[in-house]
Design a protein around this ligand. Structure first.
Ligand SMILES: Nc1ncnc2c1ncn2[C@@H]1O[C@H](COP(=O)(O)OP(=O)(O)OP(=O)(O)O)[C@@H](O)[C@H]1O
Ligand SMILES: [Mg+2]
Length: 290
């Protein structure tokens, strides 16, 4: 069987053209995703590709749906419509064990994610290793010190979180996020509250850890100026939609007014400074005739 030439006949339907070769395989892919909390729509018709090995930024104003999108990627939320494939699995098809196995391959640094305050730095980083693996303590010790060394804080292993500066605490959180050598690392606003020097250090660490671990990273942030130079690809979101995307050099000149306002940090532009509210005077009880 097999190998014989297929006779050319008008009765044999033409084969579809072969798929185009994909230059960079995606480690996570979202297709035509829409999502609502209860009945409140938050994400609309989103297409997103996270190529393996890259650092991808998701940017956009507060409330546009960035954290929600990360929750979809970590399979904490399921698409209302559309599909999310992460590390080769369709998140809607996961059972409990599947979800556990998927999470084991991911590292996460949550928005406002704090360290466990009643444990040392060492135990914070060791926590997931003890939870998720059967590694003996002496191996865990070496791995924890390796991760802490990677963020420059091996010497801080015995300290309690209360003894750390904000920048140091963030670096420990980074070490904790990569404790299990994740294939995909999700960062939600990892720079919040840091001074520019600490911010630059954390941003470089995100890049270094990604490349050293051979991982793929998604970073949600609104620190555009600091982040753009470090990432390979950017998605700009507004009101739950992807508004622009591309390599950093390209998104700087999209011509989309919103993106330019974001990149230049101008206060006035399509993004209003004020959250919609009733008239200020009315709120203060100063409305005419009041
Ligand atoms: N658990 C929830 N239940 C209902 N609505 C929610 C929930 N979480 C978020 N929202 C709403 O969904 C929208 C998107 O929220 P999300 O947290 O994804 O925004 P964001 O882009 O991460 O904002 P920020 O930059 O301020 O963190 C917001 O309008 C928010 O009020
Ligand atoms: Mg958020």
């Amino acid at each position: 069987m097999g190998g014989g030439a297929v006779p050319r006949s008008s009765k044999i339907p033409a084969l579809p053209p072969p798929p185009l070769p994909v230059a960079e395989p995606a480690i996570a892919e979202i297709e035509r995703l829409s999502f609502a909390y209860d009945r409140r729509p938050v994400l609309h018709d989103i297409d997103l590709r996270i190529p393996r090995g890259k650092v991808v930024a998701i940017m956009g104003q507060s409330g546009c749906g960035k954290t929600t999108l990360l929750r979809i990627l970590m399979a904490a939320l399921l698409p209302g419509e559309g599909r999310a494939r992460v590390l080769g699995v369709d998140t809607a098809a996961l059972d409990r064990d599947g979800l556990y196995a998927l999470r084991r391959r991911m590292g996460m640094l949550f928005q406002f994610g704090a360290l466990f305050t009643d444990m040392t730095v060492f135990d914070n980083v060791a926590f997931q290793m003890r939870e998720h693996t059967d590694l003996p303590e002496d191996v865990i010790r070496d791995l924890v010190l390796l991760k802490l060394e990677a963020v420059g804080l091996r010497g801080a292993a015995p300290l309690m979180p209360g003894e750390l500066s904000g920048g140091m605490a963030r670096r420990v959180a980074l070490a904790r996020a990569v404790a299990l050598d994740p294939e995909l690392i999700l960062y939600d606003e990892p720079f919040t509250g840091l001074d520019p020097i600490a911010l630059g250090a954390i941003a470089r660490l995100v890049r270094q850890l990604n490349d050293a671990l051979g991982a793929t990273s998604v970073i949600v942030t609104h620190d555009v100026a600091e982040t753009l130079p470090l990432v390979d690809y950017v998605y700009f979101m507004a009101d739950g939609r992807v508004l622009a995307q591309g390599a950093p050099a390209d998104v700087r000149r999209t011509g989309v007014e919103f993106v330019e306002q974001f990149v230049t940090g101008a206060k006035d532009g399509p993004v209003p400074f004020h959250y919609p509210a009733a008239g200020y005077e009315a709120d203060l009880g100063l409305a005419a005739g009041a």
